[in-house]
Design a protein around this ligand. Structure first.
Ligand code: ATR
Length: 279
């Protein structure tokens, strides 16, 4: 029988999670299945209760349910509660507990690629202030990055992130034009909005003209693998960090929560790249 896993969201049919978790099962020898549960918003409570009754081992949660699902769980981990979103649920002997692995997955993917940028004295800029930004902000602050800028189209929404401030981080809220003109202050720039995602691949949220060489520019968008923003970053001598690695590492965290086993990435990054390129 093995682990019964899956994903709740709407729509979910194009999700890469079944592919990733199948690979994790193959490389750890863990038996199980990972199913997609397309769930319209008004069906969420019913779905969660059904899965619980059916003895699901755990599930991921994606758009549009990451906030709403919290009401139907028995417990929510502190970080997920502060972030205000759950993407991973484990069934612990009939009690459903929610976690958020987006920010921690991002941090792990960055630590794998560019560990030098995660030193305390480095300065980070987050572009965007949605759910993904909240998770990444909390993960960076918890890691000990002390100076973080947050820029967003709607400045008041960026100010909302300050309620995650139990972390003694010096946080500055900026407009996109302020961010553009002070870009050379930052060692790490993390793009968390959907701007630049296919089919709008010809857009970028800010210009990177003033980026310092060697700054790391991350984009959480992974379709296309190299966004317009990352192309500009590369052209200007910055180091680039693509979004599909965050996708893999948030999945790795979730798999660890469900099974207690750490899957190796081995050739998975490459395999996912091939899949995203349609090969
Ligand atoms: P997620 O949970 O994926 O982060 P979200 O909570 O809907 O999604 O947040 C979307 C983010 O992308 C926000 O920062 C949003 O900016 P606003 O707060 O100003 O709405 C940003 N965003 C989305 N489309 C955008 C666009 N066309 N230009 C600039 N920012 C955009």
């Amino acid at each position: 029988m093995g682990y019964k896993l899956g994903l709740i969201g709407y729509p979910v049919q194009h999700s890469l999670s079944p592919f990733i978790h199948q690979k994790f099962m193959e490389n750890t020898g863990i038996q199980g299945s990972y199913q997609l549960f397309a769930t319209e918003p008004n069906q969420l409570e019913k779905r969660v209760n059904e899965l619980k009754r059916a003895g699901i081992s755990g599930f991921n949660v994606t758009v549009p349910h990451k906030q709403a699902v919290m009401s139907y769980l028995d417990e929510v981990d502190t970080d997920a509660y502060r972030i205000g979103a759950v993407n991973t649920v484990v069934n612990d002997k009939g009690r459903l507990k929610g976690y958020n692995t987006d920010g921690s997955g991002y941090l792990r993917s960055l630590a794998e690629a560019y560990p030098d940028v995660l030193r305390q004295e480095k300065k980070a800029l987050i572009l965007g202030a949605g759910g993904a930004a909240r998770g990444i902000y909390r993960a960076l602050a918890k890691h000990g990055i002390q100076r973080i800028g947050i820029a967003n189209r709607t400045k008041s929404k960026a100010e909302g992130l300050l309620d995650l401030q139990d972390l003694h981080t010096e946080t500055e809220i900026l407009s996109y034009s302020e961010a553009e003109s002070s870009l050379d202050n930052y060692d790490l720039i993390v793009q968390t909005t959907s701007v630049g995602m296919s089919p709008e691949y010809d857009e970028q949220v800010i210009s990177l003209n003033k980026v310092k060489p060697h700054t790391v520019v991350s984009d959480i968008v992974y379709k296309p693998l190299t966004t317009k923003l990352l192309r500009q970053a590369g052209d200007l001598g910055a180091r680039t960090h693509q979004g599909h690695t965050m996708l893999l590492y948030q999945a790795q965290y979730a798999f660890e929560i469900w099974t207690g086993t750490h899957p190796q990435m081995e050739s998975l990054v490459e395999q996912l790249e091939q899949r995203l390129r349609g090969k």
